[in-house]
Design a protein around this ligand. Sequence first.
Ligand SMILES: Nc1ncnc2c1ncn2[C@@H]1O[C@H](COP(=O)(O)OP(=O)(O)O)[C@@H](O)[C@H]1O
Ligand SMILES: [Mg+2]
Length: 254
Amino acid sequence: MALQSGPHIISFSSGKGGVGKTTVAVNIAVCLSREGKRVLLIDGDLGLANVDVVLGLDVRHTIRETVEDGRDLRDTLVEISPGFFVLPASSGVPEMTRLSREDQELLLKALEGVTGNFDYVLVDTAAGIGESVLWFNNWVNSHCIIFSPDPTSMTDAYALMKVLTTRYDKKNFLLIVNQVQSGKEGKAIFSNMERVLAQFLDIKPEFLGAIPRDNAVVRAIRSQKPFLQTEPDSRAGRALKRICISLTEGLNGS
Ligand SMILES: Nc1ncnc2c1ncn2[C@@H]1O[C@H](COP(=O)(O)OP(=O)(O)O)[C@@H](O)[C@H]1O
Ligand SMILES: [Mg+2]
């Protein structure tokens, strides 16, 4: 087995909006950093940022200033706790979702200048299959795809994986089913998706786990804190810790 060099770079995408990408990405980032990993969480929703909202951050600089003014990306990083950094995006800036080729190259160079300092780089992307979503997914090595038992979220997640596989030759999909009633439901929903992916795209995804629909998550979002911090022993908190273990073990090939 080849040794991993450099950080694990993972996107969090879903197709459909509102399924829990930001919530899951933020809490996985918190979980990994508590394990002593150096973590960078990038808000890849360049036009409608919300990592800062979920974490209750007071953001001064964003990725936009790097792209538009050439500001050093290192000045934009916000340190949340030792070894855990967030790279915030701008909100209400629709043009940021359509980066020109020069801007893309600039951003890529800037990102590559900072990612080497981390064990994990997580990218919370926008919804849909727009340009920025595909761009970030093309950049990362693994794709964490989040969906819920809602059939429209499943078809949208499938559509996203289809584009990534057929157009970008991406196959490394790590699936999370969010907002389930029970673990059993989560496994059944994953099995359905697994079957469809095998049949139509000839790919085999990995199941990271399921997260129950839990009011602890809703309460945490209202208080702008990660649920892993406010209610770590809630059902969602325990599920998230198991997912974090699957993620790190899966990526290390054990
Ligand atoms: N496991 C869960 N249990 C209860 N509510 C959840 C859960 N996951 C997400 N939510 C709710 O869904 C909303 C959207 O989540 P968010 O992470 O912002 O989605 P996305 O980033 O995919 O648009 C949150 O505000 C939260 O209220
Ligand atoms: Mg989001």
